[in-house]
Design a binder for this molecule. Structure first.
Ligand code: 5AD
Ligand code: SF4
Length: 482
């Protein structure tokens, strides 16, 4: 039975912007996830489909959500049109992420008109925003479940409530956040795995929505992380990527002096073949971390080091706590310690008040660093962040021109860096079939270069020695060597 909108009195816990800004010294609770027996058959005979937007953190959340749904006996549908439950795991980082989600919600509404029994849900960062939750409450009442980043573990009971009452269940908390241990994960890859080392962020860069959508910085206990890596290694995983909004600040919220350099060392000592970590903030990248990365061969020589801007005036307005000079200093230190390490970055153009002169400072850093690659963005005002209130009178057209110019330079250096690989033999974890040609395999070098490789399928899951035979701006071609 499907109740009409009039009959539905909806259950709502809405987020609140003021609350999400709060940071207290209250201890972080660790909650052990478990599923109540009464929920384990809820999804019997039903299928689900999840579409994920945003960063690796969100991708990993989706892996958790999938596993929870499978504990409830749901099975994964091949495509959205065939699913009984459709979930969109959303991202809030820029306006275009919003637009994509609402575009998809419109498509799903059509689907629900012809199949009223399908369950439709939204989760993730976007619904953590007060403005979005209110929009859902007012304009998207036909949605069935909505939950945020803090209560993925409540999914079974939310679904149960919905199935019983057929009322919109919107439950989005504005808390600083707990740590939920023991959540199951249905991992996308058999060879590489995401491992959360911390949640949330306390940096409050003035443009960024993440501290509001993901709560305060909470580091997982070292033992929990190391045990997870050991288990993954025992299951045959070759690579782990340690995940956090700002991994260098790992441990600063724990009652000990244990920090990211200690964690990297201990994770490396598990003997797993490859260790990666994202994302690093240039502000708290320590010399000890550099020493550890350099010392242990299974810690990959690849660092994602967001620059955001090369102008000291803009960096200050962004609240980034470093200068162009200190960024370059760190960059040079990393390259000196590990000459073959690759460094990629994120850059925002058109931050409020950015002048041509400021932009040229950014280009100057790019010319000096010759990044291996970069994600580049036009500033997007996020409601509730300080930067959204700053005067921004640069026309979009100028911002687009700056982005274009920046991308040209980024592409030039990406190709230049890739050319250094020609005829070299490099280690590649062969993880799948190439998207461009199904006779080829694909994988990433230690330095995170995508390579399409001539190799037999039986080599999947191995770290192979690959000779690079051709290079392009965004990928390399190669063949395995004995
Ligand atoms: N506008 C544009 N880009 C942003 N980023 C984060 N917030 C914004 C915003 N409001 C970019 C930053 C960050 C990356 C994940 O997204 O460059 O490093
Ligand atoms: Fe990830 Fe940030 Fe997007 Fe959330 S808002 S999904 S943390 S990129």
């Amino acid at each position: 039975m499907v109740l009409s909108l009039k009959e539905r009195s909806d259950i709502m816990i809405l987020p609140n912007l003021k609350e999400t800004q709060k940071r207290t010294k209250n201890a972080v609770k660790t909650i052990e996830y478990s599923i109540d027996d009464k929920y384990v058959n809820l999804g019997k005979g039903k299928t689900y489909f999840i579409k994920t937007y945003g960063c690796q953190m969100n991708e990993h959340d989706t892996e958790n959500i999938k596993a929870i749904l499978e504990q409830m006996a749901f099975t994964e549908a091949e495509d959205m049109e065939k699913a009984d439950l459709i979930l969109l795991n959303t991202c809030a980082i820029r306006e275009n992420a919003h637009n994509k989600v609402f575009g998809m919600v419109g498509r799903i509404k059509h689907l629900k008109e012809s199949k009223p029994d399908i369950i439709v849900g939204l989760c993730g960062c976007m619904v953590q925003e007060e403005v979005v939750a209110l929009e859902i409450k007012n304009k998207y009442k036909w949605l069935d479940i909505v939950f945020g980043t803090h209560n993925i573990n409540n999914l079974p009971s939310l679904l149960n409530n919905f199935l019983k009452e057929k009322k919109l269940n919107l439950e989005v908390f504005s808390i600083e956040g707990d740590i939920i241990e023991n959540m199951p994960a249905k991992r996308d890859s058999k060879y590489k795995a995401w491992v959360n080392i911390m949640y949330g962020c306390d940096k409050f860069c003035t443009y960024c929505i993440v501290p509001y959508t993901r709560g305060k910085q909470r580091s997982r206990k070292p033992e929990a992380i190391i045990n997870e890596v050991k288990e993954l290694k025992n299951k045959g995983y070759k690579e782990v990527t340690l995940l956090g909004q700002n991994v260098n600040a790992y441990g600063k919220d724990l009652d000990s002096s244990y920090d990211m350099s200690n964690l990297l060392e201990d994770v490396s000592k598990t003997g797993i073949e490859r260790v990666r970590f994202v994302t690093s903030h240039p502000w708290d990248f320590t010399d000890e971390m550099i020493e550890v990365i350099k010392k242990y061969p299974n810690i990959m020589p690849y660092i994602h080091l967001p620059l955001q801007s090369g102008s000291n005036r803009i960096l200050k307005l962004m609240g980034r706590r470093y200068t162009k000079e200190s960024y370059l200093n760190l960059y040079n230190k990393l390259k000196k310690a590990m000459p073959n390490c690759s460094i990629t970055t994120d850059i925002i153009v058109g931050f409020p008040t950015e002048t041509e002169e400021d932009f040229n400072e950014t280009l100057d850093v790019v010319n000096k660093c010759k990044f291996d690659s970069a994600f580049t963005f036009i500033f997007s005002a996020r409601v509730g962040t300080p930067a959204a209130k700053m005067k921004d009178d640069t026309p979009l057209k100028i911002k687009e021109q700056r982005l274009y110019k920046l991308n040209e330079l980024i592409n030039k250096y990406a190709l230049e860096r890739n050319k250094e690989y020609l005829n070299k033999t490099v280690p590649v974890l062969l993880e799948g079939v190439s998207e461009k040609n199904e006779d080829l395999l694909m994988g990433y070098t230690d330095t995170m270069k995508l390579v399409n490789v001539k190799a037999p399928k039986k080599m999947l899951g191995l770290v192979a020695s690959v000779k690079i035979t051709d290079v392009k701006t965004w990928s390399l071609d190669g063949e395995t060597v004995k």
